[in-house]
Design a protein around this ligand. Structure first.
Ligand code: ATP
Ligand code: MG
Length: 398
């Protein structure tokens, strides 16, 4: 008997009717994309279950890829066997032998095929007894076993598998519309992007770049961060907005204490425009509450006032520590902490206003050629398409 099968679990319980079909379809499509390099591998649906059929492909690299798929609650290497007692016993033994560090186990049988002659309680006993006799040294623990041996008896074939590998959960990317992530080079916004992906959105990203105040390396850092996110989200369109003139104009004409507020308001105006052009229905930021001057509620109000588009802030409920540990988990942290300056740090005022008001912001902005600045920034925006399977060297400019 060979482990040539991975059984997939997804949040099917919460889904009904039409939604379920669309969810499954998207999930299958995303898994296929994620496993595209493994030519022999197939995804199949059988008796209401989703499987990855390895067809000789090595298991481990496939499991690694499945860890990055949103919508998967869990998955386990499984054996498909004839619905016969001896076959089930041997398969269970094999599951135990493949988990050599486990000291205790418990068999959980489910009989979907009621015509199978042995009831599930009896089956637990028969299979458990066989394992105890043939595997060394392992004990039964019905309360807190280290290894669960799942046995599913179905009509065509039966499945036997061990502990679940925990997946990312969430919803399949692409199942809930498109959003535009404001991606800085910091720690928070890539995490915000990851969490948005978790809710099933398709992600595009926008970055404001102020060359030569900020270096080419600062830009490369953002490209790298977007590239890392493609691991979870397929391809990502990254819009890089020339922001130098706008920052220069703000510094020349506006109160220093309002420069961040006005800069943010202009970022949002541009982001809204790019979002509309690309069919994105919301913006996503890495903003939190109370971290810095521009993140007070007063400040958010004044900044938000320029757009009617919903702004999602997925990290608002998290502490900095939690954000950092998630950044490490998803692999963006090391890149985020590289020292290249972001446009916000370069122009940081000595005393930013913590409670900027809208009237003052508007009066300051009246000194700028707002319409022209926004239009030219949008027109000068450079687009890159980053895709997961191709890695950096194949990314292309449009
Ligand atoms: P981050 O760690 O994501 O940089 P932060 O805690 O440093 O966030 P701010 O610098 O106030 O907070 O930025 C708040 C949000 O504004 C960022 O999370 C990002 O979504 C957006 N943002 C800031 N600077 C840029 C930029 N240059 N390009 C695109 N988005 C930006
Ligand atoms: Mg920042």
């Amino acid at each position: 008997m060979k482990f040539d099968l991975i059984l997939l679990r997804y949040g099917e319980l919460a889904l009904k009717g039409k939604n379920k079909a669309a969810f499954e379809q998207k999930l299958i499509q995303n898994i296929r994309q994620q496993l595209i390099e493994f030519e022999a591998v197939r995804i199949t649906k059988e008796q209401g279950r989703l499987f990855v059929e390895l067809n000789g492909q090595e298991m481990e690299p496939v499991l690694e890829k499945l860890r990055d798929v949103f919508g998967l609650v869990g998955f386990s290497p499984a054996l498909r066997v004839e619905s016969k007692l001896e076959s089930l016993q041997q398969a269970a033994l094999q599951i135990v032998q493949h988990a050599p560090n486990k000291r205790t186990f418990k068999v959980i049988s489910k009989r979907a095929n009621k015509s199978f002659p042995i009831g599930s309680q009896e089956l637990n006993h028969q299979i458990g007894g066989y394992v105890l006799k043939n595997a060394q040294p392992i004990q039964v623990d019905v309360h807190y076993p280290e290894l669960f041996v799942h046995v599913e008896v179905r009509s065509k074939a039966s499945y036997v598998y061990g502990n679940d590998i925990v997946g990312l959960g969430g919803l399949p990317v692409g199942s809930s519309g498109k959003v535009l992530l404001l991606l800085s080079g910091g720690i928070d916004s890539p995490v915000a992007g990851f969490l948005a992906l978790k809710r099933g959105v398709e992600l595009q990203a926008i970055h404001f770049h102020s060359f030569p105040f900020t270096s080419e390396r600062a830009k490369q850092k953002v490209i790298d961060l977007a590239q890392i996110l493609t691991r979870f989200g397929g391809s990502i369109r990254l819009h890089i907005v020339p922001f130098t003139e706008i920052q220069t104009e703000i510094n020349k004409h506006c109160y220093e204490s309002y420069s961040i507020t006005i800069m943010r308001r202009i970022m949002l105006r541009i982001a809204e425009e790019i979002a509309k052009q690309n069919g994105a229905l919301a913006l996503v930021t890495g903003e939190s509450l109370g971290q810095v001057a521009s993140q007070t509620l007063e400040s958010m109000n004044t900044i938000n006032a320029v757009t009617n588009m919903p702004i999602l802030r997925p990290v608002v409920g998290m502490d900095k520590q939690e954000i950092m540990s998630l950044a490490k988990q998803i692999g963006t942290y090391e890149t985020s902490i590289l020292p290249y300056e972001d446009c916000c740090t370069v122009f940081l005022p000595k005393a930013p206003k913590t409670k900027p008001d809208q009237e003052t912001a508007e009066r300051q902005e009246a000194r700028l050629e707002m319409e022209r600045l926004v239009r030219e920034a949008v027109e000068g925006t450079e687009v890159m398409v980053l895709s997961a399977e191709q890695e950096d060297e194949f990314s292309y400019f449009e």
